[in-house]
Design a protein around this ligand. Structure first.
Ligand code: NAD
Length: 377
């Protein structure tokens, strides 16, 4: 079995996602013959208590509370940054200027202008930059896209991609940075959940030419955690009704849904492509099941149990079902493989151009909502 030289990775932001990444690296041996291998060597968080969890990771040797101190270490090749959105641009630029490669978190800057500046800096400085978006690495998503690419769907009727939560339905849930525009950004839920629904359409070439957006703010204040109330001013739910031209067909409807208030949903990611002759649907609600149909006198969804057919092969039983930690590891394998020129024909992480394009959609959506108009892109 190959044992490639490790790529030395550091994490800035030791919160939810920083820990998930450490955990993905910790079971890297689950990957079979992966041509790349990360080693977590450093962590940085302004909250020193957040660093303590990482002390159980044997390979971590740098513990810093100032990201500049972390970036000064010469034994770091790649930096993963998972901090609130208003800090993305300055920290991403510092990573690139320090001569490190970057796996950025979405939304890749708080707005379109920030995303363009980071993308351009990465190009100018010659760094390898990608953006975190793990759902395409699910076997069900790969199979859905392969089914579409094989053809036979006939005339396309609609494409829909959604990412839905329900945790914000509880009005007593205390405020946090993701619910405040100054930290999350004007695009609100689109900044938070949007790359998850834009990555696949943009990669497939389904780039909207115009859109109409419906945005909702449901609860305008939340408990501040100190006995009072705080303004909750981000968009909670967003539905974008888009029009797409495909090579063989123009004016195809594409719907992108991002919701923090979607009753019954917890991290529910779904794609559905419907044509006159065939269709496909995949949802994380049923993580091992691919739904397909072909036209007949009557139509019915055919449910196929997929098992564990991930892009990078693993020791996991072929009939087992995949989950979030698995696809995060697959995404990192794709990032490191592409960085090393070893991705082959596998699906790659979201590119800076795709991240800029997704911000173009949210900018258009904000305008559409404000003007009650259809916006051309
Ligand atoms: N890919 C995904 O599925 C996914 C899921 C959740 C969040 N995210 C993204 O990850 C990023 C972080 O989200 P999270 O949920 O991990 O947030 P979090 O609030 O759990 O953690 C953020 C951490 O950043 C630290 N921090 C703040 N300022 C810092 C600074 N200047 N230097 C170093 N550390 C600093 C905070 O102390 C905190 O520990 C966001 O961009 C978010 O959109 C991605």
């Amino acid at each position: 079995m190959s044992n490639p030289t490790p790529v030395r990775v550091a994490v800035i932001g030791a919160g939810l996602m920083g820990r998930e990444v450490a955990s993905a690296f910790g079971r890297w041996f689950a990957l079979l013959d992966c041509p790349v291998r990360p080693e977590l060597v450093g962590v940085c968080d302004v909250n020193s208590a957040a660093l303590d969890w990482f002390r159980q990771v044997p390979t971590v040797r740098h513990f810093e509370t100032d990201h500049r101190a972390l970036l000064a270490h010469t034994d770091i090749d790649v930096v993963y940054v998972a901090v609130p959105h208003h800090l993305h641009e300055s920290l991403y630029l510092d990573v690139l200027r320090a001569g490190k490669d970057l796996l950025a978190e979405k939304p890749f800057g708080i707005d379109l202008a920030a995303a363009r500046r980071v993308r351009d800096a990465g190009v100018k400085l010659g760094r390898f930059v990608r953006v975190s978006s793990e759902f395409p690495f699910l076997p069900g998503v790969q199979r859905a896209l392969a089914a579409f690419n094989t053809g036979g769907f006939g005339k396309l009727l609609s494409i829909r991609n959604s990412f839905l939560h329900s945790s914000d339905l509880d009005p007593t849930k205390p405020i946090n940075w993701k619910r405040q525009t100054k930290f999350c950004g004007d695009a609100g839920v689109m900044n938070d959940l949007g790359l998850h629904v834009a990555h696949v359409p943009l990669r497939m070439g389904w780039k909207p030419k115009r859109l109409h957006a419906q945005l909702q703010k449901i609860y305008t204040e939340r408990p501040d955690g100190k006995g009072g109330m705080a303004a909750c001013d981000t968009w909670d739910n967003a539905t974008l009704h888009c029009t797409v031209d495909l090579p063989a067909q123009s004016d195809v409807p594409l719907t992108l849904e991002m919701k923090r208030m979607s009753p019954t949903d917890t991290n529910s990611w779904e794609i559905e492509i419907l044509g006159t002759d065939g269709g496909v649907r995949y949802s994380t609600k049923l993580p091992k099941t691919l739904f397909t149909y072909t036209r007949g006198k009557e139509q019915a969804w055919c449910a196929t149990d997929l098992g564990f057919g991930t892009p990078f092969k693993t020791i996991t039983g072929g009939i087992f079902e995949p989950g979030f930690p698995d696809i995060l590891m697959q995404m990192w394998a794709a990032y490191l493989a592409e960085r090393g020129g070893l991705l082959d024909n596998r699906f790659g992480c979201a590119t800076p151009d795709e991240a800029v394009a997704h911000h173009e959609l949210w900018t258009a959506a904000l305008r559409s909502h404000a003007e009650h108009s259809v916006v051309s892109l």
